[in-house]
Design a binder for this molecule. Structure first.
Ligand code: SF4
Length: 308
């Protein structure tokens, strides 16, 4: 075994060596501009570890995000990345996955982006069971716009937009995803990198729509649901013998919000094939992106110009 800079190289059986990347190899060209202590650092760290431990290479990964503090993540990650429109990351990721189903497509963003602006896409991506790993950094507030209630803000929460307390009930992403047909539904906490890394590895390997809703505290604008709040309350489903194929039990546990708040894998079903697996054209050769278009370069150029 030899080490070249940050890359560990093992002698492989064939002519080419096997290259085992480390989490540091997934560090992007730009340092995060998140506030010191933001939970999103733990999520980024966990995702870099997960990709390294799965033996993935940067060119095998596409990270798609929407808009918000957490949606800046693709810029901080050494892989293909797309920073798209507010609430539209799942739609773009769906197109990318169907065009090149060899890619590991990971979608990242926040609760406002994913469950509010992009709520429609969240419902239908789960229903279609598109093979994507969706990681939502849920801080229960709009952080980038300096602190307004989001779809997951607690009832009664006082913010800039709700000075007398929110009168709305929060959405529950876990029960919503299960009811909409997602086939892998989990919750993590940015303060527990070991558990979160394991969940991310399983979500990336899952063939179907995988949601990980991550408690990722906004230290600047949400002083109700901070790190100590979650640290005191979170309990791991895996420590309690939870049956991950029992959707009713999963929903009951996901709705608990008090002295105990569960994290871990709530629900997984291997029986429902992803949309890609049910689409015969994808099985009949390489990914669509690598197939000839059947057009001359002039025709292709004309078509591109028309769409610009
Ligand atoms: Fe993180 Fe909140 Fe700062 Fe945004 S405003 S970077 S969510 S702590």
């Amino acid at each position: 075994m030899t080490t070249i800079k940050d890359v560990t190289v093992e002698d492989g059986a064939g002519d080419l060596p096997t290259i085992q990347l480390t989490a540091r190899d997934f560090k992007g060209p730009v340092d995060p501009d998140w506030c010191a202590g933001c939970g999103d650092f733990g999520v980024l760290n966990s995702l870099q570890r997960a990709c390294a431990e799965l033996g993935l290479k940067p060119h095998e990964i596409l990270i798609v995000s929407g808009i918000g503090c957490s949606s800046n993540l693709p810029g901080y990650f050494n892989a293909n990345g797309m920073h798209t429109l507010h609430g539209r990351s799942l739609a773009v990721a769906t197109g990318a996955k169907l065009a090149n189903h060899d890619l590991n497509v990971i979608v990242t963003g926040g609760d406002g982006d994913g469950y509010g602006i992009g709520g429609n896409h969240f419902t239908h991506t789960a229903r279609r069971n598109i093979d994507l790993a969706y990681i939502v950094m849920n801080n229960q507030i709009y952080g980038l716009t300096t602190g307004q209630i989001s779809p997951t803000s607690s009832d009664g929460m006082k913010t800039k937009s709700t000075p007398f307390g929110s009168v709305e009930r929060p959405v529950n992403p876990i029960t919503s995803a299960i009811m909409n047909g997602a086939t892998f539904v989990a919750r993590g906490f940015s303060g527990d990198i070991r558990q979160l890394t394991g969940l991310m590895k399983a979500a990336i390997e899952h063939r179907g729509f995988a949601l990980i809703d991550v408690f990722s505290p906004c230290v600047t604008f949400n002083h109700d649901n901070d790190h100590p709040f979650f640290k005191e309350r979170v309990k791991k489903l895996e420590d309690e013998g939870h049956d991950t194929e029992d959707w009713k039990s999963a929903c009951e546990k996901a709705m608990m919000w008090g002295d105990t708040i569960y994290t871990g894998l709530f629900f997984r079903t291997p029986d429902k094939p992803s949309l890609g697996a049910r689409e015969p054209v994808l099985d009949q050769g390489p990914p669509l992106a690598h197939r000839p278009l059947g057009l001359s370069s002039e025709q292709a150029e004309k078509m591109i110009q028309r769409m610009m």
